[in-house]
Design a protein around this ligand. Structure first.
Ligand code: SF4
Length: 471
């Protein structure tokens, strides 16, 4: 089912430097975050008197040419790389975008999804003379910040946090200030880095190393940081203290393995998931292979714990995007054919354990199993380093609808039959939680439980804003 949607899983990046031009570093920072969104990209910079923007559909390397980077003058800047679903693949929805309000011009980039955007939109329309240009919840959030009440950006952000419900990791910029915000639940990641006299905000810590910056810390849930010529200031929204709900899928799949999440490197958590999976679902086999790239650490963990050799049996064409986020069934099926090749001599006549990080619709998984059988695998035992996904996400991940989620419709035995595996085992939620360091508290795990960290109306329509706009 392909429905137009504002939901997205994106990457945000920002730099404030006292003296250096920032566009090139933002370019490389975004390049390191390309896995978080491949449909559009943009950079906005400020030279203190003017704001410059380059924004378009496509991969980072397609959007920016050398002359664009040269045009993006200034020592403050933000960048964004975006994923959207069918229909929202519009240039007007690319970020960062600039809005104007009572607080002046604001350049804005967002990762997440606001669940009360319809209500916020009505509020803005009733209070200000506003005309919306895009179909995104991000524009609503941007205009809320551009018109927020408060004596400074820390107060204005606190004002907005009282009104907004949902997931939002933000980087924003005025002509002289860089602002970073992580929502009170901390659903999407955001971290702080430092490079000489420059401060950096990034969705993931891995991007910091790519520009030669050092990781300082994760931005806390409910925290706003404001960076300007006076240095860095921070405030924490008062109700955010206890409830931390980082998306556990960042640990399982989304974030790069070399990114720091909740105090641990995602790679280490994923290896532990694989080890726990081997203890929970052992099976006699000849070789462990992983679905590249995200499931490789878990397959190494499975191999380590089970003492069964690990080998590369599936080779991924790295220039094809993730099938998980292709917008429709036809492209998803085509994607699998162009994405994987099997090393026949690794799998032929062997009992294979295939480790993947998740099963969403099941379509991709069954096709990969078919490829292994065609290559001569004697048995294929599927092991999944996360629990069955039974509920959709309302916090910025467009994974599937209730109807499309295979585990919402079938039990494990029937999923095994559908995907064509000799056996199938999912990591339990308990063991998943033991595999991730949770020093900050809880994770959002709603897609495995149906229990969301903030109340979601059961009849909540993810697309209500898009529909109302089309009328
Ligand atoms: S519902 Fe699932 S994918 Fe969405 S934020 Fe929660 S854990 Fe992440």
């Amino acid at each position: 089912m392909a429905i137009e949607s504002p939901k997205e899983e994106c990457g945000v990046f920002g730099i404030y430097s006292a003296k250096d031009q920032v566009a090139e570093s933002i370019y490389y920072g975004l390049f390191a975050l390309q896995h978080r969104g491949q449909e559009s990209a943009g950079i906005t910079t400020s030279d203190l008197s003017d704001i410059h923007s380059v924004c378009d559909l496509g991969l980072i390397t397609n959007v920016f040419k050398q002359e664009d980077i040269e045009k993006l003058k200034g020592n403050i800047g933000i960048g964004h790389t975006r994923y959207s679903t069918t229909g929202s693949h519009l240039k007007e929805n690319a970020q960062p975008f600039n809005v104007y309000g009572t607080n002046g011009e604001l350049s804005f980039a967002h990762n997440g999804n606001v669940i009360n955007s319809f209500e916020l939109r009505e509020r803005l329309l009733s209070e200000y003379d506003i005309k919306f240009k895009t179909s995104t919840d991000s524009e609503i959030l941007a205009l809320l910040y551009a018109n927020a009440v408060g004596n400074n950006w820390l107060e204005k952000s606190t004002y907005c946090m009282r009104l907004v419900k949902g997931a939002y990791s933000l980087v924003m910029m005025t002509k002289d200030t860089l602002i970073g915000v992580r929502d009170p639940l901390g659903i999407r990641p955001l971290c702080l880095g430092k490079m000489d006299d420059a401060w950096i905000l990034s969705s993931e810590s891995a991007a910091l190393a790519h520009i030669g910056a050092e990781f300082v810390r994760e931005i806390e849930n409910g925290e706003t940081v404001v960076i300007d010529k006076n240095g860095i200031e921070s405030i924490k929204f008062n109700s955010a203290a206890k409830q931390h709900s980082l998306c556990i899928f960042e640990q399982i799949y989304f974030a790069r393995p070399d990114s720091m999440l909740d105090g641990t490197i995602a790679y280490e958590s994923r290896v532990k998931m694989g080890e726990a999976l081997a203890k929970e679902h052992p099976v006699d086999a000849d070789v462990v292979i992983g679905v590249p790239d995200a499931a490789i650490p878990a397959s190494i963990g499975y191999s380590r714990e089970s003492k069964i050799d690990y080998a590369e049996g599936l080779i991924r064409n790295r220039y094809v995007g993730r099938t998980f986020i292709y917008p429709d069934q036809r492209l998803r099926e085509l994607g699998v054919k162009t994405k994987f090749n099997v090393l026949k001599n690794v799998v032929k006549n062997k009992k294979i354990i295939l480790v993947d990080d998740s099963i969403v619709r099941g379509t991709t998984t069954s096709r990969v199993l078919q490829l292994l059988r065609e290559a001569g695998a004697a048995e294929v035992h599927m092991r999944v380093s996360s629990p069955p996904i039974i509920s959709p996400c309302y916090f910025g991940v467009d994974m599937a609808t209730n109807e499309e989620l295979i585990a919402n419709n079938f039990d494990v035995e029937n999923i095994r039959k559908i995907i064509g595996a000799d056996s199938l085992g999912f990591l339990s939620l308990d063991n998943l939680l033991k595999s991730v360091n949770s020093k900050n508290g809880e994770y959002c795990k709603a897609c495995f439980t149906g229990n969301y960290p903030i109340p979601i109306q059961l009849d909540f329509d993810k697309y209500q804003f898009e529909k109302s706009r089309k009328k």
